[in-house]
Design a protein around this ligand. Structure first.
Ligand code: ARG
Ligand code: ZN
Length: 856
């Protein structure tokens, strides 16, 4: 029987499950085209379930071989089977508790969606989150049903892994038992010819844990950094959150074909190989940074996600926002905290503010969805993390720690909601968080408008908050916005150190008197809330903050806003960059009291997409072609103006002969490569070529490569290709960078040519993303070519990929989310492509939901 078209699921419709599970036994007989999955599940009626008492199991693309209840085989009359569910009516059930057994057949080899059990390079692996387990067997595939799992795997492959501890092993089989009750989305299985890189860890409870990273033969020497990051994550979490690991073994597997970054399956994390494998020659400093961060993130999920999970998928931010916040804290401790904060805010603005400003805006806790995979977004993850950062700021560090301990103690083993989360803070602090909760239930980025008044030694600061309307939410209520601020004197001395103003009303005024001179405010220090500050301080005030603010984030922010303003003025009427701006930049770049990585960030110009959003905020229609040209001009102007400083930095920032990805060295490389990038055009690429040739690490090689591509070196792409053609992760960079650095008018044609390259394996998500986002993200002026060729290119590939891998296709469609920013011609071209995609037969629910939301 066929189900109707997929419909939206609403948070308000949540009902507890009819049955809970005491234990699960799974047995897999692996075969590429015909894997048998035998399940034995002990069910028990949930006193809170519906009165109807029906047993409802999710199941998709499963061939049912046989099913039994309490040992008696079921006939087709005993249940109702659709494309998505198997329902046994209460009348056919023997009572309140019973054992369900089923044997199903699935074909991992044909699973190109990479959800459920699939194959990658001859190895079997799984992705169960969010709703992939229903493609493995019939099961109540919802996170509020938790159970201990016992798994038997039969296969001739040498390495057979599942969750928990291994209980037995022999020729052709292995058995695993996971004692910690878990929802099905944390189930995992891996089987393949894999090699371990092993280590040990002793927890603070004295438990000995075996650590393994499993990779394809030949990749063993690229796991050292990931292993180191894992051990540091384990220690950090014990020290900071007082939580330890809870199994005898912790396995990580690297997989080449993976839709997302990584997955926190209990005791068996599965990673996109790009976030595990690294050597100095093949991975950049940025790659190392990501590996550290994602290893930590998945490990931290063991407590925030696994031991305490989500009641339903609307609560996704409960585990993701919190775990992102924790991985941010970890990186702040491992590296430079101010630099990390700046990078996180850059990401937030680039991805989350963009989402909030467009048709895909949604609450951190959404109210409804069609395909939950479409809600693994920057809003749920990154804005979700900002909400926790604000909570910590509002209640204070100590209360935060107490609330977290209460959360762990009270909810261990449970599937929880945002209400449960806020309740621990309310219980610890006796503070009412109902207004704060609006951050979870209202979409959109709040604006805080600033008015200042100074007279007779009295300074009045008025802050007004508004949230623009978002889809389905025309009106918003004021939220609680913590604004960290301090005051500086006109001479640049801090007269009032940081304090927090809590905005709870639409408008708040602060009065400070007894001032000798008009102060310069430093507002939203450390980016204390995810808001847009509508404030236009004078050029002088910003230059003063850039030079003297005690808050490193706001120092950077002042420089950033000067750069944005400079670019917008250049765009509007060709105004040349102010010499004071260029001099300020030069002084900052040369300031040895500042960390190199901070200076590198200060030298980086806003991205083309940022400038486009800046134009929109200024009431203009962005022209991607002009933005590209203007940004290039400013880059060249900076290069010329700062040449002596940049040359000196290039010489001085040599990190030394032995490569290390740590913050100190990578900061030097970042600053040195920034200096190279700003000056490369001045000597026709001579230094860039020497840099490229001398590079003994991928960070430097890629920096040189990018400059040479910009300059149009005719041989460099081939040279790079010939050196790295056998390395899949490096070749992803080759595809991406060439397109990103192509002249805009040539970018689409190049992307098209490269889709015909023998190494363009479009079924591999990393490769597909590299090529397509090389255009859509890496080369906005190329993507928005006035001919519409970029739009047609993306639409063609989305339609094509959707048939194989809906999840990745849906994710890539967000390149269209900003379409309403642009001129009428571009909008018409995009609208036509969106219509074409929407009209495609057999479109997945994933992509059709995205396209419908983008078009609305
Ligand atoms: N829970 C994973 C993480 O954040 C992400 C998995 C998302 N997968 C998906 N198919 N939506 O670490
Ligand atoms: Zn996560």
């Amino acid at each position: 029987m066929k189900d109707a078209a997929p419909t939206a699921i609403h948070l308000a419709d949540y009902r507890p499950p009819n049955y809970l599970i005491d234990e699960v036994h799974l047995s897999f007989r692996l075969d590429p085209g015909a894997t048998r999955v035998i399940s034995r599940i002990r069910f028990r009626a949930n006193p809170e379930g519906l009165d109807d008492g029906n047993l409802i199991l999710d199941g998709e693309k499963l061939r049912l071989v046989e099913a039994r209840i309490d040992g008696s085989p079921l006939t087709a009359l005993d249940y109702l089977l659709t494309d998505t569910h198997l329902t046994v009516p209460a009348a056919r059930l023997p009572g309140d508790s019973f054992v369900w057994e089923a044997e199903v057949e699935i074909a991992p080899r044909d699973n190109t969606a990479l959800e459920g059990l699939y194959m990658s390079n001859g190895m079997y692996c799984t992705q169960s989150e969010a709703e992939g387990f229903r493609k493995i067997t019939f099961y109540p595939d919802r996170p509020d049903v938790m159970a201990p799992f016992t798994v038997r795997i039969e296969s001739e492959l040498p390495v057979l892994l599942s969750n928990g501890n291994q209980t037995s092993q022999g020729p052709g089989f292995a058995e695993w038992h996971d004692p910690w009750p878990k929802p099905a989305y944390l189930f995992a299985l891996v089987a393949g010819d894999l090699r371990p890189v092993s280590d040990r860890f002793t927890t603070m409870d004295g438990k000995e844990v075996a650590l393994n990273i499993w990779v394809r033969p030949g990749d063993e020497d690229r796991c050292g950094y990931a292993m180191d990051a894992l051990k540091r994550s384990m220690t950090w979490e014990e020290n900071v959150y007082r939580r330890a690991y809870d199994l005898d073994i912790f396995n990580i597997v690297a997989v080449d074909d993976f839709n997302m970054g990584a997955m926190e399956n209990k005791g068996l994390n599965i990673f996109n190989s790009k976030y595990v494998l690294a050597s100095p020659e093949t991975a950049t400093d940025r790659d190392f940074d990501f590996i550290e961060r994602i290893i930590a993130h998945e490990y931290f999920h063991n407590w925030t996600g696994n031991r305490i999970t989500c009641r339903d998928w609307f609560q996704l931010c409960l585990k993701e926002g919190l775990t992102v916040f924790r991985d941010q804290q970890f990186t702040e401790d491992m590296r430079s905290a101010p630099v990390k904060r700046i990078e996180d805010v850059l990401q937030l603005r680039t991805r989350q503010f963009r989402e909030d400003a467009g048709p895909l805006a949604h609450n951190v806790r959404p109210d409804s969805y069609i395909e939950i995979n479409n809600f693994y977004t920057a809003t749920v993850y990154e804005k979700g993390a900002e909400l926790i950062r604000m909570l910590r700021l509002l209640v204070g560090v100590e209360a935060y720690d107490q609330a977290l301990q209460l959360y762990f103690d009270r909810h261990d083993g449970q599937a929880c909601t945002i209400e449960d989360w806020l309740a621990v803070f309310e219980d610890v602090t006796a503070r009412d968080l109902s207004q704060f909760k609006r951050w979870y239930t209202q979409a959109g980025t709040p604006h805080v408008t600033v008015r200042e008044h100074f007279e007779d030694g009295t300074y009045r600061l008025t802050l007004r908050q508004t949230v623009p309307p978002t889809p389905d939410q025309p009106l918003k209520e004021p939220a609680v916005i913590p604004v960290a601020f301090g005051l500086l004197s006109p001479a640049g001395i801090e007269t009032h150190p940081t304090r927090i103003i809590e905005l709870v009303d639409p408008e708040t005024t602060i009065v400070i008197d007894g001032l000798a001179e008009r102060p310069v405010p430093s507002l939203l220090r450390g980016f204390s809330a995810p808001v847009i500050l509508d404030h236009a301080p004078s050029f002088e005030d910003r230059a003063l903050l850039l030079a003297h603010d005690t808050d490193p984030f706001n120092r950077w922010e002042a420089g950033r806003s000067l750069a944005r303003e400079t670019l917008l003025a250049m765009l509007a009427d060709g105004t040349a960059p102010a010499p004071a701006f260029l001099d300020g930049l030069a002084r900052l770049a040369a300031d040895e009291t500042l960390d190199a990585d901070f200076r590198a960030l200060a030298l980086a110009l806003p991205s083309e997409d940022d400038i486009a959003q800046g134009a929109v905020d200024a009431g203009l229609v962005p022209d991607p072609t002009a933005i590209h040209a203007t940004r290039k001009t400013l880059k060249e102007t900076i290069g010329r103006h700062l040449k002596p400083t940049l040359d000196a930095l290039y010489e001085a920032m040599d990190p030394g002969p032995v490569y290390s990805p740590d913050a100190g060295q990578s900061g030097k490389r970042a600053l040195r490569n920034a200096a190279l990038g700003l000056t490369a055009h001045l000597d026709a690429g001579e230094r860039a070529l020497a840099h490229y040739e001398a590079a003994d690490n991928m960070t430097d090689q890629l920096a040189g490569f990018g400059c040479l591509l910009d300059i149009g070196d005719p041989d460099i792409a081939t040279r790079f290709h010939d050196q790295w053609r056998d390395d899949r992760l490096v070749m992803d960079k080759w595809f991406l960078l060439q397109i990103a650095h192509a002249a805009p008018e040539k970018a689409v044609a190049l992307a098209e040519t490269l889709t015909g390259h023998p190494l363009f394996d479009w079924k591999n998500p990393n490769r597909f993303r590299s090529l397509v986002s090389g255009l859509t993200v890496g080369n906005p002026a190329g993507f928005h070519d006035p001919s519409g060729a970029g739009y047609a290119f993306l639409a063609d590939w989305l339609i094509r990929l959707d048939r194989l891998n809906p999840q990745t296709a849906a994710r890539m469609s967000t390149a269209f989310e900003t379409w309403k920013r642009y001129d009428a011609d571009r909008q018409a071209l995009i609208a036509a492509e969106l219509t074409r995609i929407a009209g495609t037969d057999g479109l997945s629910p994933d992509l059709s939901e995205m396209i419908a939301r983008i078009r609305a």
